[in-house]
Ligand binder design. Structure first.
Ligand code: TYM
Length: 333
């Protein structure tokens, strides 16, 4: 039997992924390539929904791809590609845009959050249609499963709604995808503001742990992470959101269950605990940073790897679009 298919994407909007991206998504991508037919894309079309400088976009797209390979995606087992290389993404997005209600798109909370930053009338129409392009990314590959963090839940619901609507109107065409979200790591929070998710757009530098950051600053940020009143290392989301976040991080990185960590640090205070969290982060990130630097030192080879990914992805996308065009009623050329 064919393996189930998995697809996910990540934006090239920063010079490094952060711990939230890594624990919430990328680590699962690496695991899922063992059991799934895996497609992962660097979503540069999504990146330009906010003003983006061309050279920065080029650099960040390569840095993103390099980090994916460095984190463990194997080009033999996973199809890693750049979204804009596969033209069908924008084509399907247009068709889905025509199936989406204005009110339905207006309900997307990420648009509301992001547009608030620019002022709703200054925000681009692209930002408004962002989740529909994401739905196209997923439906195009007939993905069964989409590994993401909790912030993408609403976009996945829209994806299922649009897939279902198309199937209903034009005949069975798309697989309806299930979100793949691991509860323990679905929302890693900002080290300086444990009520907010760690995010490249809204966190202050002190609140984000970047995968490509050097050990010195990483350690400093963990040691300075906001902690809660008291001195006991306890998992208590309500009263100790800062410590709870660090426990989740430590547990995910070391594979030690949280109750075991709580028992280990009993009576030791925050200092010892934070030092160990910092070491776990440095240990996880250092090899990824070193491999990323190596991959980036040979751009031609990296571009070649992405060209192979684009070819493989295009084949799947082309097949889906042939069917879609016919169902919608477009004449064949
Ligand atoms: P992006 O680039 O913002 O984030 C990439 C992935 O990282 C997850 N993530 C987090 N998980 C846990 N805690 C956090 N603090 C945290 N911050 C980010 C995100 O949930 C995401 O899985 N719209 C998507 C990109 C996209 C996509 C797709 C995803 C475009 N097309 C198709 C899946 C399928 C986004 O902006 O991700």
């Amino acid at each position: 039997m064919a393996r189930p298919r998995v697809l996910s994407g990540i934006q090239p909007t920063a010079d490094s992924f952060h711990l939230g991206n890594y624990l919430g998504a990328v680590r699962q991508w690496v695991t899922l390539q063992e059991t799934h037919d895996a497609y992962y894309c660097v979503v540069d079309l999504h990146a330009i929904t906010v003003p983006t400088e061309p050279d920065a976009l080029r650099r960040r797209s390569r840095v993103a791809a390099a980090q994916l390979f460095a984190a463990g995606l194997d080009p033999e087992r996973s199809t890693v590609f750049v979204q804009s290389h596969v033209r069908e993404h924008t084509e399907l997005a247009w068709i889905l845009i025509c199936l989406t209600g204005m009110g339905e798109a207006a309900r997307m909370t990420q648009f509301k959050d992001k547009s608030a930053k620019y002022g709703e009338s200054a925000a681009s129409v692209g930002l408004f249609t962002y989740p529909i392009l994401q739905a196209a990314d997923i439906l195009l590959y007939q993905a069964d499963s989409v590994p993401v963090g909790a912030d993408q839940k609403q976009h996945l619901e829209l994806t299922r709604d649009l897939g279902q609507r198309f199937n209903h109107r034009f005949g069975e065409t798309f697989t309806l995808p299930e979100p793949y979200i691991l509860k323990e790591v679905e929302k890693i929070t900002d080290l300086q503001d444990p009520s907010a998710k760690m995010s490249k757009s809204s966190s202050s530098p002190a609140g984000i742990l970047d995968v490509l950051e050097q050990p010195g600053p990483l350690r400093k940020k963990v040691m300075r992470a906001v902690t809660d009143t008291g001195s006991e290392v306890l998992f208590d989301e309500e009263n100790k959101p800062g410590i709870s976040n660090l426990l989740r991080i430590q547990s995910a990185l070391t594979g030690t269950p949280i109750p075991e960590l709580v028992a280990r640090y009993d009576g030791q205070g925050y200092g010892t605990f934070k030092k160990d969290v910092a070491e776990a982060v440095v240990e996880a990130f250092t090899p990824i940073r070193e491999r990323t630097e190596k991959l980036l030192s040979d751009e031609a080879e990296l571009d070649r790897m992405l060209a192979i990914g684009a070819r493989r992805a295009s084949e799947v996308a082309r097949r889906t679009m042939e069917m879609v065009r016919d169902r919608v009623g477009f004449l064949s050329a």
